[in-house]
Write a protein that binds this ligand. Structure first.
Ligand SMILES: Nc1ncnc2c1ncn2[C@@H]1O[C@H](COP(=O)(O)OP(=O)(O)O)[C@@H](O)[C@H]1O
Ligand SMILES: [Mg+2]
Length: 252
């Protein structure tokens, strides 16, 4: 099941660049939350703070607290544990290119020590079904490589790989911006289905996409969360002038 996320006084830096400033928000379980805002405003940095990937950069620093369910991720858990519970999908699909489809999906489980063939088979099948890719690949699981799939299929493969380790949250950083419209629609459909089981955060440049898939939307500008509310409110009657200017296309 998805879990809620509570972010308190989150600040992040790259060297002396104070990239995120005093971010506070609560993300609801089993919803999709969209994050919008102009390029460079800190959206990717924010999602990377939610699974402790930000700190893998040697010049990065982060302060504040993030609770995912009952887990205080900066105090109660190791980065490895956090990344198992909070899966991530990136803008460019990044399957392991030389691995088969099967091995791509099984990779996280194998890293966690799973060896039982029957269990792996089951998880691979279930994950590919959840990612709406099973029917397209089931006859070639071990024959085809991750890299031989189309871009949209590769992205669904990456989603299957993320789901295989049974996360509670799925972070998607512009998951469809490198895809064609048909593949994009498939990813959006998938987000709808996945919400019942996971909490989803999607960074998107595409405001129509945010409006279609997300219950709530946050607008970032220059490292600050300017406004966070129901998607309907953000797009029809935002509180902040800067949000209104952005959604009406006055900048960004
Ligand atoms: N690896 C990095 N090293 C130094 N600065 C970075 C790095 N990644 C991002 N930044 C800076 O952090 C700010 C926010 O970037 P980012 O989170 O990628 O924004 P967005 O995803 O909204 O486009 C930008 O000023 C960017 O230049
Ligand atoms: Mg980004």
């Amino acid at each position: 099941m998805g879990v809620g996320i509570e972010v308190k006084d989150l600040n992040a830096w790259y060297g002396s660049n104070h990239t995120l400033q005093d971010i506070n928000l609560n993300i609801q379980p089993n919803e999709a939350t969209a994050l919008i805002g102009p390029s460079g405003c800190g959206k990717s940095t924010f999602v990377r703070c939610l699974n402790r990937m930000h700190e893998t950069n040697p010049i990065a620093k982060v302060t504040g607290s993030v609770r995912i369910g009952d887990l205080d991720i900066y105090n109660d858990a190791s980065p490895v544990e956090v990344r198992r519970r909070i899966g991530m999908v990136f803008q460019r699909p990044n399957p392991f290119p030389t691995m088969s489809i099967y091995d791509n999906v099984a990779s996280g489980l194998r890293l966690n020590g799973f060896r039982n063939r029957r269990v792996l088979d089951e998880v691979v099948e279930r994950s590919l079904k959840h990612a709406a890719l099973w029917d397209e690949v089931k006859d070639e699981l071990k024959k085809k490589s991750g890299a031989s799939l189309s871009g949209g299929q590769q992205q669904r493969l990456c989603i299957a790989r993320a789901l295989a380790v049974d996360p509670e949250v799925l972070l998607m950083d512009e998951p469809a911006s490198a895809l064609d419209p048909v593949s994009t629609a498939k990813i959006e459909d998938l987000i709808f289905q996945l919400k019942s089981q996971y909490t989803i955060i999607i960074v998107t440049h595409n405001m129509q996409q945010a409006a279609r898939v997300a219950e709530r939307t946050g607008f970032f500008l220059n490292g600050k969360l300017v406004e966070f509310d129901s998607t309907h409110k953000i797009f029809t009657n935002p509180r902040d002038k800067r949000t209104e200017d952005y959604i009406t296309g006055r900048f960004g």
